[in-house]
Design a protein around this ligand. Structure first.
Ligand code: GTP
Ligand code: MG
Length: 372
């Protein structure tokens, strides 16, 4: 086959000639930068370089972080926590209306603030218990859940319009929930409409093997109207009942950890992240690592825009004080001091940069190999 000099190959890979010589040496090929190597050897050394490049480097700060998290995990007793609910359903079946109705009527707005902010999640307090709702597109909650192996959602409320019945996205939601092993509660919506047909909805769901309790199955189905609010309290009861069955628990004290639900750069306030606390208590003044960002919690806000001093398991809260904007789906974890928070964040950033470079180098290697 064709031959290429070591220095030409190095140039094409944007590497130093010496690095290619070293890689060749490791493969048992003695060559100087001016010598030529054959096609097969070149492919092998490119693979060797690529392989070496993608091997993750050791990270001391991550190890220390893990030790801290594990330490914290061994302290504290598990206690009941509120359920985290995602609302899914076919287009126009009433997801937003239902969330809005619950928010409007159930989220207490403070005297001072007055305006309910959109923070991607909110929690409601009922006489029987607290429920948190994720106000994100349902599939997004699942995508980040799946890719991280972490569960954000405990229960899916699947909204099905009683005048329209089961539609393609209804079936998709059923499949998502089933794959993620998250229980479903069916909200049969638009019951105020004259052509509402809840029986049809139940029968069509039966065809998807989602069986209503009155059909001898296990799936709670609540008839309601997001417009009038009729039946909404029954839905909240059903959620709390399901939550009891699931025996949802978390350690309610100690250092907090959880997941970013939403984030943005606010003109006045800087980076703002809405996080869901999944264990421990997040407090003002805490140091935390959040994806590749870090910082000290300058302020916490709830969904009504009021400052709060802390947030426990299943409670969503807005965090101010991060070094930059994290990504939705990033984990956050509270650490003992600023030094570790900064070290972990910087190492992660360096790694991210490195993997971007490796990707670029990989693309170049492919180009080189294609030319040979
Ligand atoms: P997408 O976000 O587009 O998928 O829709 P959605 O599921 O969020 O539905 P949305 O809440 O926007 O409602 C769609 C339409 O149905 C709107 O015109 C609502 O006013 C109406 N609607 C929602 N719930 C009810 C209900 O209980 N009764 C009646 N009569 N109309 C409703
Ligand atoms: Mg909507």
């Amino acid at each position: 086959g064709d031959a290429i000099t070591v220095s030409d190959l190095a140039q094409k890979l944007a590497l130093k000639g010496g690095d290619v010589v070293k890689a060749l040496f490791k493969m048992g090929v003695m060559a100087t930068v001016t010598q030529s190597i054959d096609h097969d050897t070149a492919v092998l050394v490119v693979e060797e370089l690529g392989h070496k490049a993608v091997r993750p480097s050791d990270s001391d700060a991550e190890t220390e972080l893990l030790a801290q998290v594990e330490d914290a995990g061994q302290q504290g007793e598990l206690a009941q926590r509120p359920p985290v609910v995602t609302i899914m359903g076919h287009v126009d079946h009433g997801k937003t209306s239902l969330l809005d109705y619950i928010r409007r009527t159930k989220v207490a707005t403070g005297e001072a603030g007055g305006i309910t902010q959109h923070i991607g999640a909110y929690h409601v307090k009922t006489a029987k218990g607290t429920i948190s709702f994720l106000d994100t597109p349902g599939h997004a909650a699942f995508t980040s859940m799946r890719s991280r192996g972490a569960k954000l959602t405990d229960i899916v409320v699947l909204v099905v319009a009683a005048d329209d019945g089961v539609m393609p996205q209804t079936i998709e939601a059923v499949q998502h929930a089933r794959a993620a092993k998250v229980p479903l509660i069916i909200a049969i919506n638009k019951m105020d409409k004259s052509d509402a047909d809840p029986m049809r909805v139940k029968n069509e769901l039966l065809a998807q093997e989602v069986v209503a309790e009155d059909f001898g199955g296990e799936t709670q189905m609540v008839e309601l109207s997001a417009k009038s609010g009729q039946g909404v309290d029954e839905l909240l009861d059903a959620i709390l009942l399901q939550s009891e069955v699931l025996e949802l628990k978390a350690v309610p004290d100690g250092r907090a950890s959880g997941t970013v639900i939403e984030s943005a750069l606010d003109k006045g306030r800087g980076p703002v992240a809405t996080v869901l606390v999944q264990r421990g208590i997040l407090r003002k003044g805490d140091y935390l690592v959040c994806g590749v960002q870090y910082g000290r919690v300058r302020a916490l806000f709830n969904e009504t825009g009021e400052q709060v001093a802390e947030a426990g398991p299943s409670i969503p809260v807005q965090v101010l004080g991060l070094s930059g904007v994290p990504d939705a789906g990033d984990d956050f974890v509270v650490v003992a001091d600023e030094r570790l928070a900064k070290d972990v964040a910087q190492q992660r950033e360096a790694k991210r940069r490195e993997s971007r470079l490796i990707k670029q180098a990989g693309n170049r290697m492919e180009d080189v190999m294609a030319q040979m």
